[in-house]
Design a protein around this ligand. Structure first.
Ligand SMILES: Cc1cc2nc3c(=O)[nH]c(=O)nc-3n(C[C@H](O)[C@H](O)[C@H](O)COP(=O)(O)O)c2cc1C
Length: 386
């Protein structure tokens, strides 16, 4: 019989805003600002959520309703809901074991978890936790040998989906991180020590679990880099700027599903189709790369309308709850992802944060579906007021 995860919500935190507020109180400022911030003046960050919320849905109150199901088929697998956990770097800096906590909750709730190349758990560990169900996001390595090695490790770990990233040709300019001298492990400046002393729970958990490291990258990197050195290492080891020549060998090598994340216009979507990719995540990295860019809902709408029948079109950036997922699906996305919402959950509630946040989002989305009389996720577009 199918095992279904029980939905239980901590009544103190019935929204992502509550989780964000609690997270801010619970973790040091440098860690919270790394998670929370966009880039430059945060214009793109705020536009993302605001413009999703311009979308309105039509409810049908007198239609026949036999029940609403969030189940969503994607790449031949049926997930319990049309949302997943986006790849986030340095997760262990925000809360110890954050990637493990989120991967376990995603597995139990039957939604996808994407592991970032630059987070604090390894491909192998996350595969063990998720019984080979986690996706892996690859920063493009400069050296073919490193690229091939990471891809082979993802294959050996039975990752069903490899996600390549196209929206980091440069390191986003993030004033807070510059100001905080963000480093991995955190720099013991007087300012940072004072911030850590003010968050005893975080400090104790970090002490118990030990310093976070880039576990997937361990075999390739020197120890103890600060932000400036990390920037140089990343620049040397990864060439964020993708092109068709760099994607072709990955397509040839990777037998599973291949998705490109960070697509923000029709021309790039067309290239992805030409290269034989299986999916696109329309994303602007949660507003962390190009402050002068569009919010994601705009290109999502255009790309889904034009190419939705040729490639799986998904979206992230700016979603903060069930109504936002519904708005995005109604605008043509076949699946959605969120980054910060889940990390706020873990930073706020530790080991219970993954389960709570997923339960909250499932509850909110189920309510919207029943309210508007949408029985299946594929019917969301019928409710779009255009
Ligand atoms: C703190 C932080 C770190 C991130 N690190 C990565 C990363 O390592 N790889 C990646 O593909 N995207 C990364 N992203 C982008 C997310 O995958 C996702 O696109 C974004 O968080 C979606 O926006 P949202 O936070 O508004 O949901 C990061 C985002 C945040 C907030």
């Amino acid at each position: 019989m199918e095992k279904k995860k029980e939905i239980k919500i901590n009544s103190k935190y019935p929204s992502v805003v509550d989780l964000r507020n609690k997270a801010q109180k619970r973790i040091p400022k440098f860690a919270f600002e790394y998670l929370d911030g966009g880039c430059n003046e945060d214009v793109n960050l705020h536009k993302n959520t605001a413009e999703i919320r311009d979308i309105e849905l039509l409810p049908y109150y007198l239609s026949k309703h036999t029940g609403s199901s969030m189940k969503t088929e994607l790449f031949g697998y049926v997930y319990d809901a049309p949302f997943g956990i986006a790849p986030v770097g340095l997760q262990g800096l925000m809360w110890p074991n954050a990637p493990e906590i989120l991967a376990k909750s995603a597995f139990e709730h039957n939604i996808p978890f994407i592991l970032s190349t630059v987070t604090t758990s390894s491909i192998e560990r996350i595969s063990e936790i998720t019984e080979g169900r986690a996706w892996f996001q690859l920063y493009h390595p400069t050296e073919d040998a490193v690229r091939d090695d990471i891809i082979k490790r993802a294959e050996a770990a039975e990752c069903p989906v490899l996600v390549i990233l196209c929206d980091v040709p440069t390191f986003g300019f993030r004033p807070r991180d510059v100001r905080n001298g963000l480093a991995m492990p955190p720099k013991m400046s007087v300012k940072n020590i004072l911030q850590i002393m003010g968050k005893p729970n975080w400090a104790m958990q970090t002490l118990i679990h030990g310093q976070p490291n880039f576990e997937t990258l361990k075999p390739y990197m020197p120890k103890g880099l600060d932000l400036a050195q990390l920037g140089k290492f990343m620049d040397k080891t990864f060439s964020g700027r993708l092109n068709e020549e760099k994607i072709k060998p990955i397509r040839d090598m990777w037998k599973g599903k291949l998705v490109i994340k960070g697509v923000a216009n029709e021309a790039d979507a067309e290239s992805a189709i030409k290269l034989g990719l299986d999916g696109i995540i329309v994303s602007n990295h949660g507003g962390r790369q190009l402050d002068a860019g569009e919010s994601t809902i705009k290109p999502l709408t255009r790309i889904a309308a034009k190419y939705g029948d040729q490639i799986k079109v998904m979206m992230d950036s700016g979603l903060r709850g069930g109504p936002d997922i519904a708005r995005t699906m109604a605008s043509g996305a076949e699946f959605t992802f969120m980054g910060r919402s889940f990390m706020y959950g873990v930073a706020a509630l530790g080991a219970k944060g993954g389960d709570h946040t997923i339960s909250l989002l499932k509850t909110e989305l189920q309510q919207v579906m029943e309210q508007i009389c949408c029985e299946e996720v594929k019917d969301f577009p019928k409710h779009l007021i255009s």
